[in-house]
Design a protein around this ligand. Structure first.
Ligand code: BTN
Length: 241
């Protein structure tokens, strides 16, 4: 069953994540979706700011997957795949689109979209997850970022793009819920950075270098260490070298 999205659109909010988290705490149902045309305090991962560009997408969706906490990493993979499948047909060179673990989307080496997942647990399971998606459609607000329209067609309208993403996201999410994560993982890997790319991974204050070797069945990063061992990274900051 695909999720039924109930979209609320705002002209300007601090962060769509904050609004939806509050609704989630008050018991809002899966599928509630907050869309803002402008964010004044958009958040990225690791406490970073998500800078708003005019005409870009700022969206948060509430999910209640009820899965064990250790499976939450799969949600990044589900979301990333839905995002690239929405974006790729709009680009002149769809192959220039790359997913970088855990949840960045790059075009030609520049960041174009990001995903922020904030979750709450109950008894070892995920009570809710607020999936925040920021897509640079019409503007790349920082020099190290880019936007879809710089590499492809003029996007048919923010709402049409949003609805297409939500449709793909709902479908991919329900495939995961039906137990088909293996195919989602394969799809994600087809759009991912090349295996063997050099990475620097920071977990807390520890940093380690290795090679990207895909993701495991829970969506965790597989880092190939110089001594040939694999390290499973559940959460961390990842930089290309
Ligand atoms: C990242 O790449 O660090 C994640 C960026 C996530 C940005 C989106 S925009 C909509 C939602 N609201 C926020 O405040 N952040 C997410």
């Amino acid at each position: 069953m695909a999720i039924d999205c109930a979209i609320q659109t705002f002209q300007s909010v601090s962060s769509t994540q904050d609004i939806l988290r509050e609704l989630a705490e008050r018991g809002a149902a899966e599928g509630v979706c907050i869309h803002a045309l402008e964010q004044t305090a958009g958040r990225g991962r690791h406490g970073r700011e998500w800078v708003a560009g005019e005409g870009n997408l700022f969206l948060s969706v509430l999910l209640r997957p009820g899965c064990p906490a250790r499976e939450i990493g799969r949600l990044s993979i589900v979301t990333g795949l839905a995002l690239v499948e929405t974006m790729a047909p709009l680009l002149h060179e769809p192959g220039s689109l790359k997913l970088k673990w855990p949840n960045d989307v790059f075009i030609d080496g520049k960041k174009c979209a990001g995903i922020l997942i904030e979750s709450a647990l109950k008894g070892g399971n995920v009570d809710y997850a607020v999936v925040g998606v920021g897509v640079n459609i019409a503007a790349g607000p920082l020099p190290e970022t880019t936007f879809i329209e710089a590499h492809g067609v003029k996007v048919m309208g923010l709402e049409a793009f949003r609805d297409l993403f939500l449709q793909k996201f709902g479908h991919t999410y329900s495939e995961w819920q039906k137990g088909n994560f293996a195919e989602i993982r394969e799809g994600w890997l087809r759009h991912a950075q090349e295996k063997g790319s050099k990475l620097l991974v920071k977990v807390g204050d520890k940093a380690e270098e290795g090679l990207f070797d895909g993701i495991d069945e829970d969506g965790n990063l597989l880092l190939l260490l110089p001594d040939g061992r694999h390290k499973v990274i559940v959460a961390g900051e990842v930089y290309p070298l």
